[in-house]
Design a binder for this molecule. Structure first.
Ligand code: GAP
Length: 482
């Protein structure tokens, strides 16, 4: 069954229920940046926890890392990002819209291309207004910043002011000096978390004393100055990645590549994504990144069509060799059986937290008819659900409130909970269903007599009565291992 949430409905649900807000909304927003609200941050943390559990905690051959976002800029020269991490950009001379030329070429092939003649490299006409497009310019996606007490704008403004009346030779020498100073202070916000792992290969390997094959996992922010961010949180300028660099012996890389494609596919299934909305696609040679020998993508059937959730690349020994060359430090593994220093090959499963967020929510969303009304329910896996248990007193009656508060106090140390006493109990169940709360605990007048409460199941809507004394264990048993 294809997901029931359209993009508009999804965006509206995220805003209305406090999952995702537009970044800096009160100032009109800022393209490609999003803020996660109270429920969003819970879901995001749960996704990251589920990933970490599967790829670090449960495996004997993995360790974790949390490297800095800003790295020595030579890292990005060695990795190839300074030279090649760029998209072709074109502007419409009439309506001033900006496009990625490669996307335009794919989505709106020019008529000659459609008739089988040699296509022009990129379209020349604006798909919106038909105006003439500029020639494509390569645009590096890395965000630049400056490290240390240097204020670029102020420095240039001062230089230009001082220049007035001076001769051009002195002026250009001064601008050259300033440019050198800026180059020395330039750094980048990382466009992928991967490089933090490669540069720490030796540190991690020697301190954790891991033998090949082993992997290093990391979750963290990444930044790309995307030409056309869009599709809500699908393509952002600030996003989070969950990346693994798995180091293995050359020659075993293809086998490990297959292993990781299966592992990662199973993880999405384990946390509830339906088989029919998930597929694995092998990239064509012309789609491969500069470092990859082979790549599989795990794709999800988003409202805009099949799109990448995660890439699993065979990066060979490209990165370790390049960092050895550029840093002068040998990033090799000493094989004590053969006495050889080898450069491991790397398999890299790289997932986006924001895209997982979208896929898990979209796949979990369901609508059904219940007693003549439509019930919207988010059938999230209990481990991912932002709120695990809602505490609902039947009413605000003065006799019920103290008992309900006592039950809430009892549950809060164990589960993420919500207390809700506003409006009818039916409406409160619907509110919890829509945010994916697996269980509601209702306190009614019988509770005052029998010290028992009702547990109501989100999916089946079945209700069972449980003594308050057994409530924590009854819920733990139902929720399973988070
Ligand atoms: N280290 C490899 C790497 O970064 P990638 O395919 O460019 O590979 C990996 O990115 C994952 O990061 C993607 O599969 C996607 O889930 C996520 N991702 C990449 N760019 C993104 C963006 N602009 N917004 C949100 N997620 C993004």
């Amino acid at each position: 069954m294809a997901p029931k949430l359209t993009m508009d409905k999804f965006v509206s649900l995220c805003k209305r229920r406090g999952f995702v807000f537009q970044g800096s909304e009160i100032y009109g927003g800022i393209g490609g940046f999003w803020d996660y609200g109270p429920l969003g941050v819970e879901l995001k943390n749960n996704i990251k926890r589920a990933w970490w559990k599967a790829v670090v905690q449960e495996r004997p051959d993995m360790v974790g890392l949390d490297a800095a976002i800003v790295m020595n800029p030579r890292v990005w020269v060695a990795s190839g990002h300074v030279e090649t991490f760029a998209d072709p950009m074109v502007d419409c001379k009439s309506c001033k819209r900006r496009f990625r030329a490669d996307e335009l070429a794919r989505e709106h092939p020019e008529p000659e291309a459609a008739h089988g003649h040699a296509p022009p490299a990129y379209p020349t006409r604006c798909p919106e207004c038909g105006g003439e497009l500029t020639a494509p310019r390569m645009f590096n996606l890395m965000f630049r910043t400056y490290v240390g007490p240097i204020d670029v704008e102020a420095e240039f403004t001062r230089a230009i002011q001082e220049l007035q009346g001076e001769d051009w030779e002195r002026a250009s020498a001064r601008i050259r000096d300033l440019k050198d100073e800026l180059d020395r202070a330039t750094a980048y916000l990382r466009p992928e978390t991967a490089q933090g792992i490669f540069v720490n290969f030796d540190n991690v390997q020697t301190t954790s004393r891991k033998k090949l094959p082993f992997g290093i996992a990391q979750i963290g922010k990444a930044f790309r100055n995307e030409v056309t961010p869009g599709n809500f949180i699908f393509r952002d300028r600030e996003f989070e990645q969950m990346e693994i660099e798995f180091f293995c012996r050359p020659g075993t890389d293809e086998e490990w590549h297959r292993h990781w494609v299966e592992e990662r596919y199973s993880w999405y299934r384990r946390y509830g994504i339906r088989e029919e909305n998930l597929r694995v696609r092998r990239l064509e040679p012309d789609e491969l990144a500069h470092y990859a020998k082979d790549t599989y993508e795990i794709e999800y059937l988003f409202p805009m069509g099949w799109s990448e959730l995660e890439g699993i690349a065979n990066r060979t020994d490209f990165d370790l060799r390049r960092h050895s060359e550029y840093s002068g430090r040998q990033l090799t593994y000493f094989d004590d059986e053969t006495g050889e220093h080898i450069v491991p090959y790397v398999i890299e499963p790289s997932a986006g937290v924001d895209r997982c967020f979208m896929a898990f929510m979209m796949d979990a969303y369901d609508e059904e008819e219940v007693r003549g009304e439509t019930r919207a329910v988010l059938r999230l896996h209990p481990a991912l659900a932002p709120v695990k248990v809602a505490v609902l007193p039947l009413s605000r009656h003065e006799d019920l409130v103290p008992v309900a508060r006592r039950v809430w106090d009892l549950l809060r140390p164990h589960f993420m909970t919500q207390y809700d006493d506003a409006q009818s109990i039916g409406r409160r169940y619907r509110r919890q269903d829509e945010i994916g709360t697996p269980y509601c605990v209702t306190i009614d007048f019988d509770t005052l007599q029998d010290e028992a409460v009702t547990i109501r199941d989100r999916d089946s809507m079945a209700q069972v009565r449980v003594p308050i004394a057994n409530l924590v264990s009854a819920l733990k048993e139902r929720l399973g291992d988070p």
